[in-house]
Design a binder for this molecule. Sequence first.
Ligand SMILES: [Cu+2]
Length: 178
Amino acid sequence: MRLTALAASVFALTLGVASPSYAADTQTPQPTAQSAVQQHTALHVSSAWSRELPPTAPVGAAFMTIDNPSEHADRLISADSPIADVTELHAHIHQGDVMRMVKVDAIDVPANAQLILEPGGYHIMLIDLKKPLVAGQQLPLTLQFEHAGAMDITVEIKSSDAGTSAEHDNHQMDHSAH
Ligand SMILES: [Cu+2]
C-alpha cells in the first residue's frame, strides 16, 4: 500500500513538473493513445458478406470493403477461415468475352483509398467448405495484411435473393465452374 501511494505521488509530481501545460492538454492523452493504435492497424474492414449456397456447394466467396485512411499502402496477403480447408485470394480477369477467376498472391490496398472486394472483382475464395453457408449466419475470417498484420472479421451470410444484379449472377456461374 505504501509503495502504491508513493508511486502515485511520484507520478503526479512528475506530471506536474514535466508538463507545465498539462492542464490544457488533459483531453489529449486518451485520444492520442487510441490513434497510435489505429496507426498500427490503420485498415478498416466493413460490410463483409458472403452468399448462401446449397449444402453441397464445395466453394463460396467472401466480399468486403477495406478502407485505408493512412499514408501507407498495404497488401492483403492471405486469409484463413475455419469453415474452409483452403482459403485463396482471387481476382476476375477477362478472357475474350468470358470472365474467369484466378488466384492472386496478394491484393493491393493503396494509401488513402478504399478497396472493394465484390462479385466480378477481387474476392476471398473459401474452398472445400466444411459447413454449408446458411443465410442469416456468420462465418469467421482472419485477414493477413503485410503491414497491418492479422485482422479477425465476421462475414455475414446473405440470402441469394439479396442483390440480384447481373454481376452477382455471373459470379454464381463462375463459381459453379470452379
Ligand atoms: Cu474465386
